[in-house]
Design a protein around this ligand. Sequence first.
Ligand code: ADP
Ligand code: CIR
Length: 372
Amino acid sequence: MPCCGAAGCIGRKKKVDPETLERLEAAYAKLQQASDEECHSLLKKYLTQDVFDKLKMWKTPLGASLMDVIQSGVENLDSGVGVYAPDADSYTIFADLFDPIIDDYHGGFGKNDHHPAKDFGDLSSFVNVDPDGQFVISTRVRCGRSLEGYPFNPCLTEPQYKEMEAKVSSCLTGLSGVLAGTYYPLLGMTKETQQQLIDDHFLFKEGDRFLQAANACRFWPIGRGIYHNDAKSFLVWVNEEDHLRIISMEQGGDLGGVYSRMVAGVTEIEKKMRFSRNDRFGYLTFCPTNLGTTIRASVHIKLPKLAADKAKLDATAAKYNLQVRGTSGEHTESIGGVYDISNKRRLGLTEGQAVKEMQDGILELIKIEKSM
Ligand code: ADP
Ligand code: CIR
């Protein structure tokens, strides 16, 4: 986007107003005052006084300031990461904060690194990670996509939400075979249906405090919805955290089958829609943890011996670049000993490598559990 040329605009950046600056100073003071126990987010770790002073007066051409980037982590001191990119320009204008966070989260992605080209890998190399059905309850692989030409949630207008929903639902309705399904808007869905879909792990939750604080839930439920086939094995979330979340899931441990279906779905959708991809970061997403491949391949798994010591489960998983979540997703607890374990890294490696990393790690965890 060219410079607007207005007073207070330097290149692509604009200057924030005094009121935003005041809010930013208060937010920074709150972060500084929080104890390490209360707040161990990457935001707190990398928003040093120098970085804060360098970034606090700028906003993107669409008007997003550092406040929009950090407000979720400031309001939710228990955030793991604490930042979101309100628009694609934020990754550049606030790079002094995003870059070290991205490097840390994705396990090494330096300022001069570039994400590789899309490569789903050799699909025949992905297996059933638990053929005897002893440990894995279900398997899910998802990726995110952002529609080219639209900013992320905090900058979207109500008409844009409606326009995007219309475009996406009409594209999805054209899918065939196993991918064929129906789009269900959240607007007008009964609370019972919505809750059942959430409880069955098919639909995003409502009222996520991290997204709300990031201003990502405006006009809710307008423009939000879910597409799925009859078997609910291929699903697309519309306008939750990202414009699209393309999901394949099923009971059991057949990672190969689940991943292949997701790849088939994305490939079909990409024939009809254009998505935001950046030379350095690959596919662009609202949260920096999802950049690059945007892939999260997970199992719902019971590892009772390993999980008897949760710290040990976390440490063992981390050794294989895996992340442990609770049964109902991020920021939830385990129910009945079921954990959601997935690849942590999504940037700086190919899609195939990200899923392979998850497959290898899960196979190792199962091996360790069996040996205990
Ligand atoms: P994401 O960022 O991948 O969308 P969340 O942590 O918000 O992840 O989880 C979204 C939903 O997907 C939750 O209901 C979660 O329980 C469900 N989920 C994740 N992995 C699996 C899996 N392997 N099997 C069944 N449900 C899953
Ligand atoms: C946090 O910082 O804990 C939340 N903002 C979530 C961060 C990563 N999760 C995600 O992208 N789904």
